[in-house]
Design a protein around this ligand. Structure first.
Ligand SMILES: C[S@@+](CC[C@H](N)C(=O)[O-])C[C@H]1O[C@@H](n2cnc3c(N)ncnc32)[C@H](O)[C@@H]1O
Ligand SMILES: Nc1nc2[nH]cc(C(=O)O)c2c(=O)[nH]1
Ligand code: SF4
Ligand SMILES: [Mg+2]
Length: 240
């Protein structure tokens, strides 16, 4: 089965969440069931990169990963868009596993797939009010509980926070799933700036604000607050 791919890049560092700093390749799929107001990868679903979508088999994806990464990677992150829309992704995940590659997934937790448990690092990133999206808790509960039941070691939650309402939502998520490692990430509200120095200042300001909020919240004593490291280093550049 083929997979709609928008970008394959790396090696680079995982810039977010539980395995931040991990050397990894990225496979970014096309298509999303959400339309977040602040999506930093809107080209995966808004039609602007329609011409760049390639239908690729796992073998073709592997060939491209090897061409770019050679022997300089052991970890592949699958992001999008929402890669969990694709039933056929299981084939790629198995293909990578057979070759000794560890895998990570970035998804908002709106769809279950049978192949989800095969992923080593599963980041569920439910969306707060500022995104304009609604969380389907029936689906999110099902995903979290299925993975907790099998004691999946790589499950984690990451909520992006832009404002007070988002922060309240993040606390609700952590309260609902206290057993799942919990990460807070400041939002990037300037997705167009090409001035990386100026962007860094804004991102660090949002990071400091989020740290202050989290430090004052007794229910977040075991939460982790992390910036988007890749945005601090490379700004709004694509493919890094
Ligand atoms: C582009 S999404 C793709 C995967 C999946 N659709 C999701 O949202 O989890 C990857 C990660 O980037 C985060 N993200 C997207 N836009 C952002 C922004 N403007 N600021 C901070 N994080 C953002 C998302 O919340 C998600 O955790
Ligand atoms: N370096 C780097 N780290 C990332 N972590 C999550 C990303 C994503 O867009 O899903 C991402 C990305 O695009 N680049
Ligand atoms: S769910 Fe992820 S890819 Fe989809 S619109 Fe939201 S941030 Fe973008
Ligand atoms: Mg990104």
């Amino acid at each position: 089965m083929s997979i709609p791919v928008l970008e394959i890049f790396g090696p680079t560092i995982q810039g977010e969440g539980m395995v931040i700093g991990q050397k990894t390749m990225f496979v970014r799929t096309a298509g999303c069931d959400y339309r977040c107001s602040w999506c930093d990868s809107a080209f995966t679903w808004d039609g602007s990169a329609q011409d760049e979508i390639r239908q690729m088999t796992p073998e073709q994806i592997w060939a491209e990963l090897e061409r770019l990464g050679k022997n300089r990677f052991s970890h592949v992150t699958i992001s999008g868009g929402n890669p969990a829309l694709l039933a056929g992704m299981g084939e790629l995940v198995s293909f990578l596993k057979e070759r000794g590659i560890r895998t990570a997934l970035e998804t908002q937790g709106s769809r279950w797939q049978e192949w989800l448990p095969l992923i080593d690092d599963i980041t569920l990133s439910p969306k707060p009010p500022s995104s304009g999206m609604n969380t389907d808790y029936a689906v999110l509960d099902r995903i979290v509980h299925a993975l907790l039941e099998q004691k999946h070691p790589g499950l984690n939650l990451k909520v992006v926070v832009f404002d007070d309402a988002d922060f309240a939502y993040a606390r609700d998520i952590h309260r609902r799933y206290p057993a799942v490692p919990f990460f807070l990430q400041p939002g990037n509200s300037d997705l167009v700036s090409a001035d990386t120095q100026e962007l860094r200042e804004k991102l660090l300001e949002s990071f400091e604000w989020l740290i202050d909020q989290a430090m004052a919240a007794p229910d977040l004593n075991d939460a982790k607050v992390l910036p988007q490291l890749h945005a601090l280093v490379w700004g709004n550049k694509r493919g890094v």
